[in-house]
Design a binder for this molecule. Sequence first.
Ligand SMILES: *[C@@H]1O[C@H](CO)[C@@H](O)[C@H](O)[C@H]1NC(C)=O
Ligand SMILES: *[C@@H]1O[C@H](CO)[C@@H](O)[C@H](O)[C@H]1NC(C)=O
Ligand SMILES: *[C@@H]1O[C@H](CO)[C@@H](O)[C@H](O)[C@H]1NC(C)=O
Length: 395
Amino acid sequence: MLQELLFVSFLYFGRVNGIQRWGSQFGQAPLLERFFWRSLDFAYPDETSRTVAMMKGEFVPENALPVGIEIWRNKLFVTVPRWRNGIPATLNYISLDTNRGGSPKLTPYPNWAQNKAGACGSAITTAYRIHADVCDRLWVLDTGTIGTGNTTNTFIANIAVDLGKGGCDDAFAYMSDELGYGLIVYSWEQNKSWRLTHSYFMPDPLAGDYNIGGLNFQWGEEGIFGMSLSPIASNGFRTLFFHPLSSRREFAVSTKILRDETLSQNSYHEFQVLPERGQLGHCTSAIMDENGMQFFNLIDQNAVGCWNSVLPYSPENHAVLVRHDEAMIFPADVKVNRGMLWIISDKMPVFLLSTLNYTDVNFRILTVSVRDAIAGTVCDSSPWGFAGNSLWWES
Ligand SMILES: *[C@@H]1O[C@H](CO)[C@@H](O)[C@H](O)[C@H]1NC(C)=O
Ligand SMILES: *[C@@H]1O[C@H](CO)[C@@H](O)[C@H](O)[C@H]1NC(C)=O
Ligand SMILES: *[C@@H]1O[C@H](CO)[C@@H](O)[C@H](O)[C@H]1NC(C)=O
């Protein structure tokens, strides 16, 4: 079980200029609601083109669900998968210069034309997870799929980007195949990819039952999904932490293995098994910052947790940082940027299995200061900051 040491408080400050501070139901730091939507809208050049798009069925507001975020300079990227018809753009952004709150319209990125569905050579069809690296590259993984029925035995929707010691060209992307139980490695320098499999990529058959947003459902087939990368260790490599979605367990492997096509095919025993997170430990999204602090969503708990990787990966070294049973139903993606934890919550199971109530707020982008959130938790109880010394998980 995750530690539950913090105060429970119910503070409510009300909406001010579209910005609301949610008193965390759990944790000390208040959650700031940056943006909220009942349904999504897109920044059409004018009202006429928006109306025409709606009449033609090219834009169906209630079919749009935001799932992924990334922050780069003054842009907050938001992805919207083409699960249903009427999604005009899958990769979008909100300008953080001109939008300080409220329900801003999404602007297609880089433009409308490159968001055309099905134009595989020239445009993005469906993006889930994206990553902006320190070399100012935005990595966008396009599943290429329309609808939810076209992913029978493969679903490659999550990406982790590994910049090595060799600078911007020393880059690898790791992409998890949740339903094909594989990991695809792409080398930027070689412009080449390879695929590996491992039994640790499979789901735990005992972990396929979920209770989220008042719904009970089974996602029994979901294997390897969330991934996060440690800082570069003294051996020159990062560690990739990963977990199947239908599982409560974390696993780890050195990028030394993944980066070498030959080694990656024949290194079963190089993969490490870490402890389980606990009963309500399903997790889709994880991220590790440059200090070796991992943040992960806890979808069963409407919460985000932390683990300071200088400590062994075990539940007593995890803490819940923020939880909110209204504002954080399905915290689909988490990112860290300049000391701020960003969370998007979207009630995804309600969208997929039931019906969202469009007079209610359904989607939120929330932030909380990392330093404030970890204060007093086990994540803060050891020297914060990645020393670069040999750590327990280095191979
Ligand atoms: C599969 O994708 C095609 C277009 O690529 C789309 O027309 C079709 O509706 C999709 N099928 C399902 C079941 O989602
Ligand atoms: C990478 O390889 C693909 C296919 O082999 C090719 O189409 C593409 O142009 C290459 N990209 C670069 C940057 O060389
Ligand atoms: C929809 O949400 C509104 C606003 O929260 C609420 O007043 C209403 O009762 C909800 N409708 C249903 C059917 O739950």
